[in-house]
Design a binder for this molecule. Structure first.
Ligand code: GRF
Length: 248
């Protein structure tokens, strides 16, 4: 199977971009894609610096932040991009691009959807809304992207506990750690073609089984252990899928 050519769009520091790069490196020949391009609406984005440091082409998209750069549509076409990852990208992606990449574009949101999403719900505002609501669980949601902010089919959500005394910063840091473990794994599955999106916008197959979802994120555990929990939950779904395939 040929590897997908992936573009990552990011407006900020790019820690999720880094998590994807690190995970793909760790997967080695098993990785289903290569990040060949990082694009940002902010010329000073840390994500662009991370891309250059990794030897990946880094470009600026024309936007409200910069008068220089190209339109996103032209950029992804020029670089023969197969899949797009939004990793902290704050601009609405033009409908022409979301349509062309339906089922091939994913985003990570730092809170449950649809409850804590939509226009203007990003960064600290998201965590503030979660804290104000009094819910006991937050956590990252990875979803396909359509032309509405935070709206496409949810692929995976990992509950992260909200702790007594949390503020926006402490909650954001805990959720971000969970994002770095979940998002690259989902990116790999999408790149590998394991998660088809149906024509009606629903997910063809779940990422996790409802009855075998990973335990809630436990901040006391180390990343390797947490990663194994995610992998075990994903394996449960793959096994269930395969056991449904009729054998002759
Ligand atoms: C993350 O919290 C992500 O959920 C949101 O934007 C933030 C990006 O952080 N979409 P980083 O630039 O990846 O560090």
């Amino acid at each position: 199977m040929s590897r997908k050519r992936i573009a990552v769009l990011a407006s900020g520091g790019g820690s999720n971009l880094q998590a994807v790069l690190d995970h793909f490196k760790q997967l080695g020949d098993k990785r289903a894609g290569d990040v060949v391009l990082v694009a940002s609406d902010r010329p000073d984005a840390g994500a662009l610096r991370r891309a250059r440091a990794a030897g990946i082409r880094a470009v600026t998209i024309i936007s409200s932040h910069t008068a220089l750069g190209d339109e996103l549509e032209a950029i992804v076409e020029r670089h023969s991009i197969d899949m797009i990852i939004l990793a902290g990208y704050l601009q609405l992606v033009p409908a022409a691009v979301t349509r062309a990449y339906a089922g091939r574009m994913i985003n990570v949101h730092p809170a449950p959807l649809p409850e804590f999403g939509g226009a203007g719900m990003y960064g600290k505002r998201c965590h503030r809304a979660v804290l104000a609501s009094g819910v006991k669980m937050s956590g990252p949601t990875v979803h396909f992207v359509d032309e509405v902010y935070d709206h496409g089919a949810v692929i995976a959500h990992w509950p992260v506990p909200v702790r007594e005394g949390d503020d926006e910063g402490t909650l954001a840091a805990r959720v971000l750690r969970a994002e770095h473990l979940l998002f690259p794994r989902v990116a790999q599955a999408v790149a590998a073609g394991e998660l088809p999106l149906l024509a009606d916008g629903r997910l063809g197959r779940p990422y996790f089984r409802d009855d075998a979802a990973p335990p809630p994120f436990d901040p006391e555990l180390d990343d390797d252990t947490l990663g194994r929990q995610l992998d075990a939950a994903r394996a449960a779904q793959i096994n269930a899928q395969e056991s449904r395939i009729p054998t002759i």
